[in-house]
Design a protein around this ligand. Sequence first.
Ligand SMILES: *Cc1c(COP(=O)(O)O)cnc(C)c1O
Length: 397
Amino acid sequence: MSNKMDFSKFKKSTMSVWGGEGDLNVSGAVTTPIVNSVAFAYNDVEKWHQVSLGKEEGFIYSRNTNPTVAALEEKIRLLEGAEAATSFATGMAAISNTLYTFLTAGKRVVSQKDNYGGTSKIFLDFLPLNGVQVTLCDTTDFDAFEAEIAKGCDMVYLETPTNPTLKVVDIKRLAAAAKKVGAIVVADNTFATPINQNPLALGADLVLHSATKFLCGHSDAMGGVLAGKKELVQKVYNYREINGASLQADPAYMIARGMKTLELRIERQNASALKIAQYLKTHPKVQDVFYPGLPTHPGHEIAKAQMSGFGGIMSFALVGGYDHVAKLLTSLQLVHLAASLGSVSTLAGPPRTTSHVELTEAQRKQLGIPESLIRYSVGIENVDDLIQDLENALAQI
Ligand SMILES: *Cc1c(COP(=O)(O)O)cnc(C)c1O
């Protein structure tokens, strides 16, 4: 098979496996190999020129793209139902390159208070230095959000569900408000994955991911991806190829390999997370559980409308203080106490040492993140084993 074949007519699990594969036709290889070549040679100088001008298909230099990287880009393009896709060295490179491409001096961006820590850092510390006006709204106050958008802006930047309190943002409603003022809408879809949510179908112009998380799925490679309208993706690609945060062939291979099992993993993680959230909700030592799949979650109705599954991540607060957090975490056996999320193994940690470590305590407080919160990213282990592990650890406190 070649990726010239139209895989967009198939279902997501088929796209994940077949999309972008086999185009190289290396002795009939059944998976796209790792092409660790910096440059690509031509016998025909005129063809070389045409490819380098982008007028013919081909590869020139691996800072632009590379055959292994292109296979991964094609998978995400298909899964997000996009016209085009490109990739980056990390998720933060996808985010920063996208923001800096469109937000030059004098532009205005409207976003939410709850964003990934690194993204918040760009909004709070870096973009204002470049003369960009940044307005961060209360994440779930959509009336206030709409009012800020209506004042006029160049970009609306969304992330849902949010990290770490799993707030749900109404993409359709805010994208419609953005359209009225001609702003482009960018959505970070890392937590949901393209299996559970497709922001482009809800009105976003661009969707991005930290591919380091669920797309890779095994905590062994870093990357970022961006998909959406061709003209917009092209602009970010042109910015990135010069600024240089390109994805290399080795991690691209690992991520593309992980993506072949994406739907299997996500279905398992959706089901396990719901069961664990329901269990924690009834535990007397747990004060609060944040998971959009629980009917008591304030964003549940919107999540039901815009997501086909509620994802593998939750957070919960314990009765008692931070001492209890440390005790619980070190009593768990089937958990890596580590930053990151979306892996085959369960990962947990407090946001103050993981996703929001870049921020000061005051900045976290301003964003409404309790210092005593635990984020729990459910792996693909047996769910009864995970619940027993939580039960044992909770008994220790
Ligand atoms: C991890 C993460 C990022 C950053 O991705 P890296 O690959 O670590 O650079 C961005 N957004 C969200 C929601 C994340 O979880």
